[in-house]
Design a protein around this ligand. Sequence first.
Ligand code: NAP
Length: 282
Amino acid sequence: MILITGATGTIGGHVTRLLTGRGEPVRVLVRDPARAPAGAGVVRADYADPRSLAAAFDGVTAAFLATAFGPALPAHDLALVEAARAAGVKKVVKLSTIPVAATGGADPGAWHRPGERAVAAGGLAWTLLRPAGFASNSLAWAEAVRTGAPIPNFTGDGTHPVVDPRDVAAVAVAALTSPGHEGRSHDLTGPAMVSVPDQVATLARLLGRPLETVDVPAAAARDQMVAAGADPVLADLAASGWAMLRDGGSPGVTDTVPRILGRPAATYATWAADHLTAFTGN
Ligand SMILES: NC(=O)c1ccc[n+]([C@@H]2O[C@H](COP(=O)([O-])OP(=O)(O)OC[C@H]3O[C@@H](n4cnc5c(N)ncnc54)[C@H](OP(=O)(O)O)[C@@H]3O)[C@@H](O)[C@H]2O)c1
């Protein structure tokens, strides 16, 4: 039995669909069973409730661990690893984030490090997935694109090896179901470095109409996030990441996705073409 956490989220959703499509025995851990993806066994649990986690991990052999980005992430990771260990799970695959060079600001990946250490110290077979920024983050621009408003650009001409979340999920499935990934950290990127203006130009080409961007410095973006109700600590970390990208501190392209999947990593253009209706509203 493979347990998928974060199954209502981006990567966990794709992982669940891939595994159920292959006929693997899958259970999803969700807070709201009504939102569980189809085709899997469902258990209601919350990362903040250890007793619910014990029930979710009972009888599980391999688990995909995905926790939401925010201040609770380290505690949630530790609770999941503890539940996996207590249940005798053989293998865990933890969704983390790609390491970045130190910039003097806060490390955008800092919340993942305690969970990474716990996974590696847990006495179970483990794999860390460390993806770059997801192509799907550009869904945040969908309303601006639909309404003709300028798209906010927090990272200037800084480039990043944006990865298709479907490739991250495909690597997760490989790590969950085949040998050779134990004790490995996989840095997962797309095939090319792209900037926000590059991504917007791709969308404009696919939509057949011009799109505009507006430059928003990281500090101003941070203030907007807080004004909109975001946790200030989360906003600080996000701003630190945007400043790092703007200053050219992004990690580079890796060959991990093609090496593991035996085919090229998907481009941003492929992801955008497959999700164009999100930007057109029809
Ligand atoms: N976005 C990026 O560019 C990027 C890049 C690298 C790494 N990452 C990492 O990817 C991870 C997020 O993955 P994602 O984007 O696939 O997820 P996501 O779409 O943000 O969804 C988060 C998932 O976690 C679940 N969840 C949150 N709190 C929970 C709780 N207390 N108990 C049970 N479930 C809970 C959510 O369930 P509900 O539906 O109930 O809320 C949802 O299924 C983060 O750790 C982030 O650091 C993201």
